[in-house]
Design a protein around this ligand. Structure first.
Ligand code: 9WN
Length: 437
């Protein structure tokens, strides 16, 4: 496999290509053969960007296979199960989700949750990396499905009624055990949460101290159980569901998706106008609902209390990916990012951590509670580029390349740079290719 390997980083480039190739599975790429042996939604989006640099055909197959599993209501499930992999290889597996018992689901088994809608962004980015007739045909096929995905989120998930989508589970945020979810999770009935009639598989493959806790898992399972019991329906969520939050990253992704859809629409001869209007509405709602002028950053809003959650996590920086974010918020987020909490600079040793370094609950080894992740850093870098902060973007890029020098790990110790989690992780490899190119 060739690709446009930049000479200076030829070894790293090859490592990333080999990692992606090793995780390729007939029509999709697994995040990790051991920890995550199926197809994950936002992983596939990031991974498609990597494939666009070396095997564009696989970029399109990746997104096409994911969207083949889209539900009739437009939701793109966060896991598409590979029937060739044993149901017990991952918890919670297909039997737990029981998607086949629900109307409007595809023939393949899936979860019933979603993940941040970064797919339109990824499809548009991939196409611009590798424009071709095949790519254009793929964009045409994907476009109505991407629109349906947005429609689902903007309508059925607008539980707060203010034009933003709510997530119904921390897994939907992609940052499962972020301190951002501590407050809303604490309100999930503990009685249900402590009943543990299941066996975790993740801690067979990764150190328990680097993963969410047993209590987190008990709550994760309790929330899915509640959603599943209601047939994964979204009507009446406000009155019955134990976890309902408007997340800044999720909604910024939803806004950025409309910008990307405007680009795609223009390319395939559809009307970009409605996408631009939706994008402007989402950006305004993100600012109005999730920006806190006293902290100068964005916070998730817990719909059960109506309050912004207090933790200052990296989620707060994500609205930078909105190209129409007003200057006042761009400047504020840059101050937050450049503070001792996150350490963004034109010359920086380590990329952004997932949580505020100065917080008492910062945990450098535990998953989304401190470690650095490539996808979040990639998103923030895209935001810096969108707002013309090229020196900061260059600093972040250099720190990302340096970080992955030791291997395409899932996440990294935010101080030492040591690799954590899976050592051959899909989106780390894919996004490394993108920043190297
Ligand atoms: C639950 C696959 C996924 C990522 C998520 C990450 C982790 C799953 C898990 O792995 O979540 O969806 O079992 O921990 O948090 O962002 O998509 O890589």
């Amino acid at each position: 496999m060739g690709g446009n390997a930049p000479r200076r980083h030829a070894g790293l480039w090859q490592l990333a290509v080999d990692t992606l190739d090793g995780n390729w599975e007939h029509d999709h790429t697994v995040p990790s053969r051991t920890l995550y042996p199926h197809q994950w939604s936002w992983d596939s989006a990031f991974i498609a960007i990597g494939w666009a640099h070396v095997r564009p055909d696989r970029a399109w197959r990746e997104l096409t296979s994911l969207f083949r599993a889209q539900w009739l209501d437009g939701r793109v499930p966060h896991i598409v199960f590979n029937p060739a992999v044993s149901g017990g290889a991952y918890f919670p597996g297909p039997e737990f989700w029981a998607s086949a018992t629900v109307d409007g689901t595809p023939p393949v088994a899936t979860s019933g949750l979603v993940q941040p809608p970064v797919h339109a962004l990824a499809a548009w980015h991939a196409y611009r990396i590798a424009p071709s007739a095949d790519g254009l045909a793929a964009l045409r096929r994907l476009y109505p499905r991407l629109v349906a995905q947005q429609h689902y989120l903007a309508t059925r998930r607008d539980v707060g009624g203010a034009g933003l989508a709510s997530i119904v589970h921390p897994w939907e945020s992609g940052l499962d055990n972020s301190p951002a979810w501590d407050a809303p999770l604490a309100a999930v009935p503990t009685e249900a949460a402590v009943m543990r009639a299941y066996r975790r598989r993740d801690i067979v493959h990764a150190a328990a101290a680097h993963r969410p806790t047993d209590l987190d898992y008990a709550r994760f399972v309790a929330i899915v159980t509640a959603y599943r019991a209601a047939g994964y329906r979204d009507d009446g969520l406000a009155g019955r569901h134990p976890f309902l939050v408007e997340c800044p990253l999720f909604n910024a992704a939803m806004g950025a998706a409309e910008h990307a859809l405007a680009g795609i629409a223009g390319e395939i001869g559809a009307d970009p106008g409605p996408h631009r209007e939706s994008a402007a509405r989402i950006t305004a709602a993100v600012v109005d609902r999730l920006y806190d002028p006293t902290t100068g950053t964005f916070h998730p809003r817990d719909l059960r209390t109506g309050q912004l959650t207090p933790a200052r996590t990296v989620l707060g920086l994500a609205p930078l990916i909105l190209p129409d974010l007003p200057t006042r918020q761009v400047e504020a987020v840059l101050v937050e990012a450049a503070s001792a909490r996150f350490g963004l600079a034109a010359r920086m040793t380590r990329p952004l951590p997932s949580h505020d370094r100065t917080a008492a609950d910062f945990e450098p080894l535990r998953y989304w509670r401190g470690p650095s992740w490539m996808n979040i850093n990639w998103l923030v870098r895209q935001g810096l580029l969108a707002h013309g902060h090229t020196r900061l973007a260059a600093g972040l890029r250099a720190s990302m390349i340096e970080l992955v020098g030791a291997g395409c790990h899932e996440y990294f110790h935010p101080d030492t740079g040591a690799g954590l989690g899976s050592p051959t992780f899909g989106w780390t490899a894919a996004l490394l290719l993108d920043v190297l190119a």
